[in-house]
Design a protein around this ligand. Sequence first.
Ligand code: DP6
Length: 398
Amino acid sequence: MDKPSIVTCTAPVNIAVIKYWGKRDEDLILPINSSLSVTLHQDQLKTTTTVAISRSFQEDRLWLNGKEEDITHQRLQSCLREIRRLARKRQHDGDARATDSVGLSHKVHICSVNNFPTAAGLASSAAGFACLVYTLAQAFGVEGELSGIARQGSGSACRSMYGGFVQWIMGSKEDGKDSVAQQVEPESHWPELRILVLVASSERKPIGSTSGMQTSVQTSSLLQHRADAVVPRRMVDMIEAVRKKDFPAFAELTMKDSNQFHATCLDTHPPIFYLSSVSQQIIHLVHRYNKYCGETRVAYSFDAGPNAVIFTLQQFVPEFVQLVQHFFPPDRNGEDFIKGLPVKCAALPLELKQNIGLEPVPKGISYIISTKAGPGPRVVDDPSEHLLSAEGLPKKTA
Ligand code: DP6
């Protein structure tokens, strides 16, 4: 058997603070508005993908979180086709970096895992497709702009191709060539910024983003208004807030944009509800806390599910986490409740608790992941971390 050539990479999750919701082209995945996100640190949340290429492989194969999956999935095929097309182009152009040892006709084996539970309800498709495209590009010796290919896997995936603060420019071309992600500022730009993912316990499975936004485009006039009249200005203001590290401005835009996204969901017919009663409690908690403090210290953002993503500054984390623990008393002890970056203990003034005036919801939040902004996709150098064996088969099944 021909020895496969193997490469492993990791890619991050991102959280949009100006949301993408709605496509103008379903196949190319072109959005109706630009969006902006923060890339989360891979120490806490990441996808790892190994790609093996060999002339001995009979067919392209895919394993996700330990289970073999259908590789004929249309969006996956788009990514594979686009990477092979770029590799072919490079070979024709006589680019030395383009691989000729790795034949373009050779089949690939792909194996991918997340370091966070799918049950956490965190969008894994962004990290997943970003990692797939980045790893395939490494395997086929393709370089340069790749976010346009990741976009064809899942819209939000294009933003996971960069670290720090990233905008996805909607573009105007019909072929989508100008609909790409760009780094606004690197992860080192705002070191005090902290992100807390509050994983809400939820029984029901919400409507997926793809079909949800499709119905919104068809039925919500608020969505079109948002895209035309609200987001363009908000993108400018958000970029300025990020550049200046102006937390109150960043926080207000983040909360308003999350709320407008959920308003367009309610304006969809039939309406879509992503926020749970716990999500609403968190929204109240944040506003009452900011009011009590007399300044904006904390912001929330919610995607297509009930989990809250909290943005705050390092110095406010201990008190706010304590507050969350007070109003959503967990089942288990504090250490288990908080995963990721360590959080110092803080005392809660009685006056603060009374001022918030919410009824505690026991076990409303399963756990918190404490993290910060982080870098874009990375190549993993240590071969012991490959998910595929030297023969190109999964090392272990989950
Ligand atoms: C609410 O990128 O998951 O998280 O392009 O159909 O794969 P597809 O949708 P997806 O939508 C993400 C929606 C969102 C907002 C955002 O991340 O900008």
